[in-house]
Design a protein around this ligand. Structure first.
Ligand code: CMP
Length: 139
């Protein structure tokens, strides 16, 4: 039980063969995987997912990067899932991410930062629904 967050293992971390290492860190930290898939986002899907960043200077770079290769999308469950997962992944910029965090270990840069984590319960619900139908989520 607990509540949910949404994550993506981003194209850089898939490309560098770190899917397994990152999933191991996630489950070692006490998260339960409730849904998971490997998928390649279309340009339209990436634009929609990152709509909140549409006015940022890095938006097109972000869309291009997130469509450059497959990602792993997953729904994770744990008490305090959103905050605990953000602590596990570390700061957006790997240079500022705490030692032992997923981004400190596996991110390449502020843009190619290995993983996504929802920033609120509300966005977690929106992001889970963006990637998964109800029947793809285990009970
Ligand atoms: P995330 O926090 O998961 O969602 C927004 C993403 O935008 C962020 O990860 C980075 O991948 C990307 N991003 C944030 N800041 C920058 C930046 N300055 N330049 C390029 N990409 C960025």
């Amino acid at each position: 039980a607990g509540n949910r967050t949404f994550t993506m293992i981003k194209p850089d971390a898939v490309e560098s063969n770190n899917i397994g290492n990152i999933l191991q860190m996630i489950t070692d930290a006490g998260f339960t995987i409730k849904a998971m898939k490997l998928r390649r986002l279309s340009e339209d899907q990436a634009k929609k997912f990152y709509e909140v960043h549409a006015e940022r200077p890095f938006y097109m770079e972000l869309v291009e990067y997130m469509t450059s290769g497959p990602i792993v999308a997953a729904i994770l469950e744990k008490d305090n899932a959103v905050a605990d997962f953000r602590a596990l992944i570390g700061a957006t910029d790997p240079a500022e991410a705490a030692e032992g965090t997923i981004r400190a270990k596996y991110a390449e840069s502020k843009a190619k930062n290995a993983v996504h984590g929802s920033d609120s319960d509300e966005n977690a619900a929106i992001e889970c629904a963006f990637h998964f139908a109800d029947e793809e989520i285990v009970g």
